[in-house]
Design a protein around this ligand. Sequence first.
Ligand SMILES: [Zn+2]
Length: 249
Amino acid sequence: MGCDAVAAEVHPYLDDQLEPDRVGRIQEHLRGCAACTQLYERQRAMNSVIRQHAHYYTAPKHLARSIRSNLRTLAEAERPRRRNAWGWFASGAAFASAATLAVSLSLLQPGPRGGGLEQELIAAHVRSLMANHLTDVASSDQHTVKPWFSGKLDMSPPVTDLTAEGYPLVGGRLDYLDQRAVVALVYRHNQHPINLFVWPGDAAATPLLARQGYNLVRWSQGGMTFAAVSDLNPADLQDFQKLIARSAP
Ligand SMILES: [Zn+2]
């Protein structure tokens, strides 16, 4: 069984919808393939986030079925074009199962949901992965990414490429948090995407916290608030935080 086949079945596998022999073959592949294991772990974490929001909204069965079939068609169309591991991951995210996607509609709505800012930050991170919308401007060149924001926001975010340090800049996008537009810079470490949200104003720092399979750290400096969210391990995320703190004003 190849990696593509595993990627295509990771959701039904997570949802216990596969025949036993299929399950056995996927498990056998996962034992020998770090990349697919990572994909599986990430999807499992994402599902658990979604499940915790499941009480907000449950899709009727017919809607779930139609979303699932649309997603399959989309995924089929996308797969052959995506060959590298990063694209392959993004395509895996597009396989989000119908129930997952339908339930996650509640995550797409900004505004307080009882979990405060941290919850919103994690939701924004998950949303960027699920909607396959990590970047509006995709570039590892800080001189391309930084000007892209000018005129869109009344702030100029510090943008630094950290490729040499092992955290290449992937791009940026506008996001929406706490009822305002914010900068989202996207970095990557190994295959893990990191969202770095930046907005004006000081706020009390949040030491590194783990929630729903993601790690999050928030701090202020130079009149701006920074929040990094990723499924990276805590040590690497703190490493990333130090690098950003050192490079920002
Ligand atoms: Zn594999």
